[in-house]
Design a protein around this ligand. Sequence first.
Ligand code: FFO
Ligand code: GTP
Ligand code: MG
Length: 428
Amino acid sequence: MDTIYALSTAQGKAGVAVIRVSGTRAFTAVKALAGDVPQPRKASLRVLKDRDGVRLDEALVLTFAEDHSFTGEETVEFQVHGSTAVVAAVLEALSDIDGLRPADPGEFTRRAMENGRLDLAQVEGLADLIEAETEAQRRQALRVLSGDLGRRAEGWRKNLIRAAALLEATIDFADEDVPVDVSPEVTELVESVVASLRKEISGVSTAERIRSGFEVAIVGAPNVGKSTLLNALAGRDAAITSEYAGTTRDVIEVRMDLSGLPVTLLDTAGLRETEDAVESIGIDRARQRAQMADLRVFLVEGDTAPDLTPEADDIVLRAKADLLGESTGAISGKTGAGIAQLVDRLTDTLKSRASGVGIATRLRHKQAMERGLMSLEAALVLLPQGEDQADIAAEELRTAIRALDSLVGRIDIENVLDEIFASFCLGK
Ligand SMILES: Nc1nc2c(c(=O)[nH]1)N(C=O)[C@@H](CNc1ccc(C(=O)N[C@@H](CCC(=O)O)C(=O)O)cc1)CN2
Ligand SMILES: Nc1nc2c(ncn2[C@@H]2O[C@H](COP(=O)(O)OP(=O)(O)OP(=O)(O)O)[C@@H](O)[C@H]2O)c(=O)[nH]1
Ligand SMILES: [Mg+2]
């Protein structure tokens, strides 16, 4: 297998940049550039030179022996001065060494997985950790990276293998007159896995929100101050505001971090009947996005009723607080009145939704668990029907085991792998 190398830190100017080399020729590479192979895991200062002896940089060099590195392969890291010229020169020198080639995006991680250091779910966790922008995202990704899902799946697998073995024993002994009724134990094992799967499945949609962000739409009639409110919440002029009703047409998105939760705020076109063809398209989009959002903030001015129906947790506020005598339940993007209270309320509502997340975080996990659950439910129907159905029930258990195996990539991974690694950065 080729030895691969890549810049592992971000492109561009930086204090320090890390160039990583992994594979059977990594120590050959460090010897060529640094003159020797520094003691593993000990940061060692070396002058790096190309093959003509031209000095490239003074760098800290780290080596990792095979089986004691992130990838599981022999690995070397060059921590160089982070200029584009130094990085380019070192990469160039590496390309001169036989058997070395630039890594593909995610290839170090792919090797870590192939060498059994990470399972598929952990690879997904690592991808999420690198993408994480908020606290909730960081915590969730780190939990997945730590291998919780794999360990849980291993527990399910053990229980189901035991259940299947017990059932198969019944089949084998069916002709003999040793009547062993194993079905209570089998039922108990299967039921415990079913309960655990149901719980994990129910947490996935929330985990998905934490990964991709909650959507909160601001809706209301034209000119009530929706865009002004969005700008106040965002702390910048993201949307155009004006005294003309019908200013906003496209949906304007602003990313926010609400106490660690990722939120996309949506400003939408004011809802009304209109003859204007373009405004009308904007209003259709506004309705659609508002309906799909996790939460809506309705701004109401005067006694106009919102012409979309608020749902359970939706927030309804009176607009332009400064023009009203009393101010409770009113807000003003212009004066800032009520903004802090709105932020608190949004945070509380979304936080309560974000609780109850388990250790499965992706649609892929949900689908695998749902397939497993379906087979187990079928088995639970067959079990009380006695020995004639035992072989079909055992087959359902096997099918469930296979479905759950795909969670950690024990089976059918090629199709998912390409998709996951395509999203990785170079050097990871
Ligand atoms: N410089 C640097 N920093 C980094 C990484 C890296 O590859 N290089 N990581 C990369 O993502 C993360 C750390 N993850 C790592 C995971 C395992 C091993 C490792 O060497 N594991 C060996 C030895 C363990 C030990 O001796 O304690 C092993 O598991 O056998 C290294 C880094 C974040 N920071
Ligand atoms: N007095 C007062 N005026 C406000 C307030 N918020 C917005 N306005 C004014 O109301 C007008 C409309 O504000 P926008 O934020 O553009 O209203 P909008 O709801 O986004 O309007 P459309 O995009 O047309 O649907 C502007 O002239 C704002 O300056 C407020 O809290 N108090
Ligand atoms: Mg607007």
